[in-house]
Design a protein around this ligand. Structure first.
Ligand code: MG
Length: 376
């Protein structure tokens, strides 16, 4: 398809409550949306790296500038025939997976829209609904957390994820495990620990956790392999898997037994598909994670999560979890499966059937750029 125009929007979406992790606290989710135009049609992609370079080295303002100055000009006016072709055209720009993902996801949604197919079908998925998990961030007190976990278990969520960081660690986990001895629970350490904390990791083996998500450095693979060899609990890599090559190295080194795939973090749907396939061949199950996207980005994650090797419940949330009103419509809602577990179901519409609401987009936009074949 010839890419006739690319619109880029840097947005700040107010959250219903601040999002706290090992990295700090965000009052608004900053995201970058791309509208790609071809053949009288347009579609939306999204990449949500957050406001500051704390989850990864990228940040929303930087992603916007890079898209406007370098990446979008390399595509506009060009005939981009596949996701691989798109990635090849951007390959001489090093790194910056979140920025590339904004364009890559928009290309896939546009290709599916032009083909009249739902995105998950175009990606090769055989199912249209998948389980999602429940997540809990750091709270002020353990007493505040416990009823929330109770509610999630009662609601039938197939797994519970707890953020884990110094000061919100073993006592919190002990309290949750004591109340829910059978629940599938895992913890996300967001790179907050080091190999020297081996004593702590050995104690965590007693909690029968499904996995430890990203215990060590955000760019480490070697120490994770050393740690995995010394503990029973599977390690899941998140921050460390930033490309297909990094996934290959992690598999080679046996750095993990699970991989979390976020389309933004790995550079878009094209590398996400390749990582999915590599892990499947290596016998490593995967699961899809989200950032704080609007319903556009969440729908893209949902489409990806329909693939076979995404066997562990995804981090995909209903719009109301984060936003009083989602930037995009329709808002994402969950449904409950016949077995009683909360699921996300893909819309039976071309592409993702979701786009920003024009007035809300205008209200929440921090910066906007339009590139056409003439302006590049
Ligand atoms: Mg994580």
């Amino acid at each position: 398809m010839i890419i006739e125009q690319i619109d880029i929007y840097h947005v700040a979406m107010p959250l219903v409550y601040p999002w706290r992790t090992a990295y700090g606290e965000d009052a608004a989710a900053e995201s970058v949306l791309v509208q790609m135009h071809s053949q009288g049609c347009s579609a939306w992609g999204e990449s949500a790296p957050l406001a500051a370079p704390c989850y990864s080295p990228e940040w929303a303002g930087g992603v916007f500038a890079l898209l406007r100055n370098w990446l979008a000009p390399a595509l506009v006016g060009e005939d981009v025939v596949s996701g691989k072709d798109l990635q090849a055209r951007l390959a001489h720009f090093k790194g910056n997976p979140f920025a590339k993902a904004a364009l890559d996801t928009a290309w896939w949604v546009l290709a599916a829209t032009l083909a009249g197919q739902p995105l998950h079908v175009m990606l090769g998925a055989a199912r249209s609904a998948a389980d999602v998990g429940a997540d809990f961030g750091v709270m002020d007190t353990i007493d505040e957390l416990l009823p929330c976990v109770d509610q999630a278990v009662d609601a039938g969520f197939r797994r519970i994820k707890l953020k884990f960081r110094p000061g919100w660690d073993l006592p919190m986990l002990q309290a949750v495990r004591a109340r829910h001895p059978q629940a599938v629970i895992h913890i996300d350490l967001n790179s907050g620990y080091r190999l020297e904390d081996l004593e702590l990791f050995r104690r965590l083996d007693d909690f029968n956790l499904a996995m430890l998500e990203q215990p060590l450095g955000h760019d480490d693979l070697v120490d994770h392999a050393r740690l995995q060899a010394q503990i029973r609990t599977p390690i899941c890599l998140d921050e460390s898997i930033t490309s297909v090559q990094r996934a290959k190295t992690a598999i080679e080194l046996a750095s993990c037994r699970y991989v979390n795939v976020k389309p933004g973090r790995v550079g878009g749907l094209t590398p996400a598909l390749e990582i999915h396939d590599l892990c499947q061949q290596a016998g490593i199950p995967c699961w899809v994670g989200g950032m704080l996207e609007s319903a556009v980005g969440a729908r893209i994650c949902a489409a990806l999560a329909m693939l076979d090797n995404f066997t562990y419940p995804a981090d995909i949330f209903p719009s109301r979890r984060f936003y009083a009103q989602d930037l995009a419509e329709p808002e994402l809602e969950l449904e409950v499966s016949a077995e009683g577990s909360p699921q996300v179901r893909c819309l039976d519409l071309p592409g993702i059937g979701t786009a920003p609401h024009p007035r809300r987009l205008q209200q929440l936009t921090v910066a906007h750029a339009t590139l056409t074949a003439k302006t590049r």
